[in-house]
Write a protein of this length. Structure first.
Ligand code: 3PY
Ligand code: MG
Length: 237
């Protein structure tokens, strides 16, 4: 969420393999992507852009500016998943508009881009509501989709326990999505706000776990530092 290339460099130093640039809930603009994506590429981590809506133009633009993957929130039907694939894949898989002068295409300096473009990006949709769960068989059968990313916060709201991402109903919901997705040989990913939940999902075969938010991590570090200094002062008094 924090629009700074320094955050990306710090994540890479810490050993993360990918970063989700969150345009759905964060304040990031496409202008921000122009610095964040090159920072991620230079640091050797995959920049995955979560776009704000299912709008096809947002999906293809995120890929044109060089995202390694696009993540589309709130997908609740097979038709919506198919529309994402159409926007993200070039023919014959989809109808993404072609322009070789983009960052993704190396500004026309990557002739191999035409052959590689469809396979070098990940197309991920989020299933995070009751309609999405009901439509899961159609969603996971969508040709050209790489994986399903689960949003436990939205799922908790849909299941009537808002914010309780470790509620048994939410855990069961995530598990059922993981099982249905794995059956189609698609990758599953999940947002995990705690290390315990991250471990749980990795142990159950989830391929990608988005572990926390930069805002929360920075707040936690600021708090811990301040508290330790406060304690030290009290000890000295
Ligand atoms: C969710 O948990 O709903 C998310 O989209 C994570 O950011
Ligand atoms: Mg969500």
């Amino acid at each position: 969420m924090i629009a700074s290339p320094i955050i990306i460099e710090l994540l890479a130093q810490a050993g993360f393999e990918a970063v989700v640039l969150d345009m759905e809930h964060g304040p990031l603009s496409f202008d921000n992507l122009n610095t964040l994506i090159p920072a991620a590429r230079a640091s050797g981590i995959y920049p995955i852009v979560r776009v704000k809506t299912q709008d096809s133009a947002l999906v293809s633009s995120a890929l044109d500016v060089g995202a390694a993957g696009v993540l589309v929130p709130q997908i609740d039907s097979g038709a919506a998943a198919a529309s994402v694939v159409r926007a993200a894949r070039f023919a014959p898989l989809g109808r993404r508009g072609v322009n070789p002068y983009t960052r993704a295409a190396g500004y026309n300096a990557r002739p191999e881009w035409y052959a590689r473009a469809n396979s070098e990006v990940a197309v991920l949709v989020m299933v995070e509501g009751s309609a999405g769960i009901a439509a899961l068989p159609e969603i996971v059968a969508t040709p050209g989709l790489d994986g399903v990313f689960i949003g436990p916060f939205d799922l908790s709201q849909a299941l009537g326990v808002p914010g309780k991402v470790d509620h048994p109903a939410v855990l069961a919901g995530v598990e059922s999505i993981v099982a249905a997705t794995a059956k189609q040989n698609l990758a599953t990913a999940v947002f995990a706000p705690t290390a315990i939940l991250a471990r749980r999902w990795l142990d159950r075969g989830v391929r990608m776990v988005a572990l926390g938010y930069d805002t929360a991590m920075v707040l936690e570090a600021f708090r811990a530092t301040r508290d330790s200094a406060t304690l030290t002062r009290a000890d000295e008094d």
